[in-house]
Design a protein around this ligand. Structure first.
Ligand code: ATP
Ligand code: AMO
Length: 529
């Protein structure tokens, strides 16, 4: 076992040493007396050179190497060597002078796609076009149908290591702040978030569903005096939309905590938590971020130690103050929208150039986005949402019950063409003119802010208010009876948040689709692999 090394460990300090490596046969090329084999292990590659030499490398070995199928698992023995000229196309800057090759597990000679094709960046394709090279594009469905193979690219290797770091930092930070990790049931009697996006099933003859969030039980853990709790676990949503940011199963990072005076106590924890996570990624994942950047270039996330907090009312006021009437049934004049972007920038230091054009077409409102700039800060909180757009368990504001002690956190804006499909979809479901105006305002503000990654709120801890809120939201109160009862034995004021792990990774790395951040994504048409 002494000689075993990882490909990633190979560097000039091992020059002249004999080593044994296990990895995949990435590529081979050779003729006559020489063969070049690129060995790959977890996204790291090294070139192994085999040259015919008496009693060391036979012609037969060269032939055997050339016959190896791509992706086969092989063991290679050889000596580390520093090449005279720098090597292109491998991650390691040393070579291996190979002596022996042993095939541990053969791959089929024909693969669903070539890993080199699956690893190319948009820039590679553009270059190929100029040079008249015929590169094959591997589309997303082909990749996802053969996900195990797709996950072997360097960028994907990095994405899932980053995902692992995000949940590790989330756990580390919360444990250090006295949070207790809990595991709540995923088979429950009623919808935890309300609405139609719930998977129903039969539980020994009793109607049941898959938890849409750990919401009910994390609150019950607070009623049970656990003080501060968190959970990292699966969340199920029967989403019938097909967007770049919705999955039917995702990983929820949830926390819930006692509040002494104000829901800002939760926001303060959030601020520190995300600075911890982002600082951690910056410090520990430079190699991974580099690998992702090579295939999917992105700008590093800009965040502040204390996140910008803008109330919903302030947001609406800002639009109103400038005399802009957001009429979904009339064309918006581009110049005034530009003006708004400038206003937000002036007031909050955000750098936004956004042009929104609202067009009405029968009863369908479409929002066309023309240009969209980047922010100085990519992390941003909108709070005090109208109560009507929040779940039943949300605490109304004490000073004005039309608003609520709730918030969403947004992280960098996506290109708006991607968002517009979702927006026009959700707007078709809004009926009244006033309501539509209202949603156009919400959505516009959300677009300025970026994409939602976190939702949270203070919760109603009075069982009577909770019951009437659930009724008002059209929720089957019976299915919630044990949850509501847990507030009848004395309940501390509390609040919490839910974060989508895949969304954090997608937006931190500016990936264009949440499926890239989910190892085996589930969407309305995908239940396998
Ligand atoms: P996501 O937006 O990612 O699905 P979510 O499940 O928390 O996360 P949704 O319920 O889908 O949020 O609503 C998205 C946002 O759009 C909400 O934050 C809300 O402000 C707004 N919204 C809610 N209902 C509608 C609607 N019928 N039409 C337009 N916008 C809505
Ligand atoms: P919400 O419904 O906003 O809030 O969900 C919390 C976070 O989960 C992520 N998310 C999703 N990720 C992938 N695919 C989806 N279909 C999807 N839907 C939501 C988002 C979102 O911000 N119980 C509350 C949280 C709380 O108040 O504590 C809840 O579930 O990142």
């Amino acid at each position: 076992g002494r000689k075993w090394k990882k490909v990633s460990e190979l560097d000039a300090s091992l020059n002249g040493q004999s080593v044994l490596l296990r990895g995949r046969c990435h590529t081979t090329r050779g003729k006559g007396k020489i063969a070049f084999l690129i060995l790959r292990e977890a996204g790291h590659t090294v070139q192994c050179v085999f040259q015919v030499e008496d009693n060391v490398v036979s012609k037969g070995l060269i032939k055997y190497i050339n016959s190896l199928s791509k992706e086969s698992i092989i063991d290679v023995e050889g000596t580390v060597d520093i090449p005279s000229a720098p090597i292109n196309g491998t991650t390691q800057q040393v070579e291996l002078k190979g002596r022996k090759v042993y095939c541990v597990s053969k791959a089929r000679p024909v693969l669903p796609f070539n890993l080199e094709d699956a690893s190319r960046s948009e820039k590679d394709f553009q270059k190929a076009e100029q040079e008249d090279l015929q590169y094959v594009r591997v589309n997303q469905d082909t990749r996802l149908n053969n996900r195990v193979l797709d996950l072997r690219t360097s960028a994907n290797q990095a994405v899932f290591r980053i995902q692992s770091y995000v949940s590790m930092f989330f756990r580390q930070f919360l444990v250090s702040r006295g949070f207790v990790e809990i595991h709540t049931p995923k088979l429950i009697a009623g919808a935890s978030e309300g609405g139609a996006a719930v998977f129903s099933l039969d539980y020994y003859g009793q109607p049941a569903c898959l938890a849409q969030s750990p919401q009910l039980h994390k609150q019950m853990a607070i009623c049970a005096d656990l003080g501060r709790v968190f959970e990292i676990g699966p969340v199920f949503r029967a989403e019938n939309s097909f967007t770049h940011r919705h999955l039917c199963e995702f990983t929820g990072l949830d926390l819930e905590m006692e509040i002494k005076e104000h829901y800002f106590e939760v926001l303060d924890i959030l601020d520190e938590l995300f600075v911890f996570v982002f600082d951690g990624l910056h410090q520990h994942c430079s190699k991974e971020l580099e690998a992702i950047n090579e295939q999917y270039p992105f700008e590093p996330l800009k965040y502040l130690k204390k996140t910008l907090r803008l109330t919903f009312e302030e947001g609406l006021q800002l639009l109103k103050d400038d005399g802009i009437e957001l009429d979904p049934f009339g064309d918006l004049d581009t110049a005034s929208e530009r003006r708004l972007g400038t206003l937000v920038k002036e007031k909050y230091g955000l750098c936004v150039t956004c042009v929104v054009n609202v067009v009405s077409c029968l009863r369908v409102v479409q929002i066309l986005f023309v240009t969209f700039g980047r922010y100085n800060t990519d992390f941003y909180i909108l709070h005090r949402y109208p109560l009507a757009v929040r779940p039943f368990y949300t605490m109304p504001c004490f000073d004005n019950p039309q608003y609520s002690n709730s918030f969403d956190v947004f992280i960098r804006g996506s290109t708006l063409s991607k968002m517009s499909s979702k927006l026009s979809l959700s707007l078709t479901s809004v009926k009244g003119v006033e309501e539509r105006k209202f949603y156009v305002c919400i959505l516009f503000l959300q677009c300025l802010a970026g994409e939602e990654i976190i939702s949270g709120a203070q919760r109603v801890h009075d069982p009577e208010l909770l019951t009437s809120r659930a009724e008002a939201c059209g929720i089957n109160v019976k299915s919630l009876s044990t949850y509501i009862d847990s507030f009848r034995w004395g309940a501390v004021p509390h609040g919490g948040v839910g974060v989508g792990l895949e969304r954090v990774v997608m937006l931190y790395c500016a990936l264009n689709n949440i499926r890239k951040a989910s190892m085996f994504p589930r969407d309305p048409t995908r239940l396998a692999p």
